[in-house]
Design a protein around this ligand. Structure first.
Ligand code: NAD
Ligand code: UGA
Length: 462
């Protein structure tokens, strides 16, 4: 019976996942640890608005269980020492140096975790891979854990997370499935059962899929690759729609009604963002390349190439439409987060569109209801390497959507926040330079309504 859990990594996955687990398993003590002191302090704040991750419903549950059976701490060692089960929920970004640069997953944080667990543990433990990892990572972790010489026995499980940001709490409370992979030995199977019993507190057993470790690791990369591929597929056709008079929304509806295809993940957009799709598909490509599967690697690489094409196509289209230059023109960005209902901006298409427009000397005014002003400068610096001072000459953040659009030559919707649907679009039009252009990177608004207001409206794939 598991009594004490430690989760290493208090990020977008570790924080919400453990919050829901603590809520559903009141008899288990869960400590979430992180090296980032500010992040832990924010998780411990008494003000729900300070919780470091914005997710609908998250702060309420944190307030219910924190201090009872859920704890946030920077004391990594003592949490590891006490735990019967340890989740590794650290970041696994794309490697930015050396071998595999720009493609492989950087496993240095995972390796560090494994070494810490090996160094500190005095009793047997189940170690759970929660982070998204390349297939066969459990082998490397095992070799680190099994060579400590302190006779502690470890079982390694793979339990990838499938939550999507913005809907994390609902995804965690009602997942389509939970996947648990482990060694097919008696000890491995017993460990799988221990973790299954935890999830069974709130998830029907038939939704808990048990596999071998390698299938579980590779299923996670495969799931993200398939989802990203659907978006790239519909986005590729959005370009064809724009040339032929077909409407990509009508096509998505027509094909999505076929139960074999299904209607989800068929929304054409400015491109997918987020911390995982690109990194996980690139990781898949890298694994295939290193195993000599060039054609397979190339096949998946096109999912990323198509996404890059879509972001550039969208930005180029703005410049072309605005008479081939945006120099000195004010462009309003509504939304910066990579999707609605999150404050996460990792790989947001907005920063790439901004970069292209700033290279053409546009002045961009950004409004986003959840993203902080500092974050947009961190993001644009990540793309163009320029200082905040330099970027501030062309990029500004305002806390009111109408102010962002005042005197703008064009408004660009980058995130599908619900609040944008109910803005007073007549008021926005009245305040803009004429002709007033509206580029809807999310097909959020009704084209006919906007045209009736005299906007020059351009959606995706229409
Ligand atoms: P994140 O960057 O938000 O959080 C990771 C945290 O781990 C950071 O706060 C970091 O300080 C901490 N950390 C790193 N090394 C540490 C160490 N040795 N000791 C203590 N703390 C350490 O990342 P995330 O978005 O939560 O993603 C974590 C993993 O989950 C990734 O592998 C990702 O691919 C996967 N994943 C993410 C999502 C998502 O929606 N973000 C969904 C499913 C899976
Ligand atoms: C995605 C997966 O959906 C999760 O299952 C997975 O756990 C997670 O990655 C991960 O491994 O990190 P997430 O990136 O949070 O979740 O959000 P999604 O809803 O998948 O959206 C990703 C991007 O695709 C967003 O920019 C979104 O706007 C875009 N998108 C999504 C589209 O352009 N069209 C669609 O039809 C759907």
């Amino acid at each position: 019976m598991i009594k004490n859990i430690c989760c290493i990594g208090a990020g977008y996955v570790g924080g919400p996942t453990m919050t829901v687990m603590a809520y559903k398993c009141p008899e288990i003590n869960i400590t979430v640890v992180d090296l980032n002191k500010n992040r832990i302090a924010a998780w411990n704040s008494d003000n729900p608005h300070d919780i470091p991750i914005f997710e609908p419903g998250l702060a309420e549950i944190v307030m219910k269980v924190r201090g009872k059976n859920l704890f946030f701490s920077t004391d990594v060692e003592s949490a590891i020492d006490k735990a019967d089960m340890i989740f590794m929920s650290v970041n696994t970004p794309t490697k930015e140096y050396g071998k595999g640069k720009g493609m492989a997953a950087d496993l240095k944080y995972i390796e560090l975790c494994a070494r810490q667990i090996a160094a500190v543990s005095k009793s047997d433990k189940i170690v759970v891979e929660k982070s998204t990892l390349p297939v066969r990572t459990a082998e490397a972790i095992r070799s680190i854990l099994d060579n400590t010489g302190n006779h502690v026995k470890f079982q390694i499980l793979s339990n990838p997370e499938f939550l999507a940001e913005g809907t994390a709490i609902n995804d965690l409370l009602n997942p389509d499935r939970v996947l648990i992979g482990g060694l097919q030995t008696p000890e491995g199977k017993a460990a799988i059962e221990e973790l299954t019993a935890i999830y069974a507190h709130w998830i029907p057993r038939e939704k808990i899929i048990q596999t071998n470790v390698w299938s579980s690791e590779l299923s996670k990369l495969t799931a993200n690759a398939f989802l990203a591929q659907r978006i790239s597929s519909i986005n590729s056709l959005s370009a064809l729609c724009e040339k032929t008079g077909a409407d990509v929304t009508e096509i998505a509806k027509a094909i999505g009604s076929d139960s074999r295809i299904g209607n989800k993940f068929l929304t054409a957009s400015v491109g997918f963002g987020g911390s995982c799709f690109q990194k996980d598909v690139l990781n898949l490509v890298y694994i295939c390349k290193t195993l000599g599967l060039e054609e397979v690697a190339e096949y998946w690489d096109w999912v990323i190439k198509m996404n890059d094409y879509q972001k550039h196509r969208f930005a180029d289209n703005i410049i072309t439409t605005l008479y081939n230059t945006v120099s000195g023109k004010k462009i309003a960005f509504l939304g910066w987060a990579f999707k609605k209902n999150t404050n996460d901006t990792r790989e947001t298409p907005a920063m790439y569109v901004a970069d292209t427009l700033m290279n053409d000397l546009a002045n961009i005014s950004v409004f986003d209801p959840k993203v902080s002003p500092n974050q947009i400068f961190t993001d644009i610096n990540h793309v163009n390497g320029k200082s905040d001072e330099e970027n501030q000459k062309q990029l500004s953040f305002v806390s009111d959507p109408y102010e962002a659009c005042q005197n703008a030559h064009a408004v660009v919707i980058l995130t599908e926040w619900d609040m944008f649907k109910t803005l007073d679009w007549k008021r926005i039009h009245d305040g803009m330079m004429k002709p007033a252009f509206l580029f809807d990177g999310r097909n959020l608004l009704n084209a006919e309504d906007m045209t009736a207001l005299d906007f020059h409206y351009k959606g995706i794939g229409k």
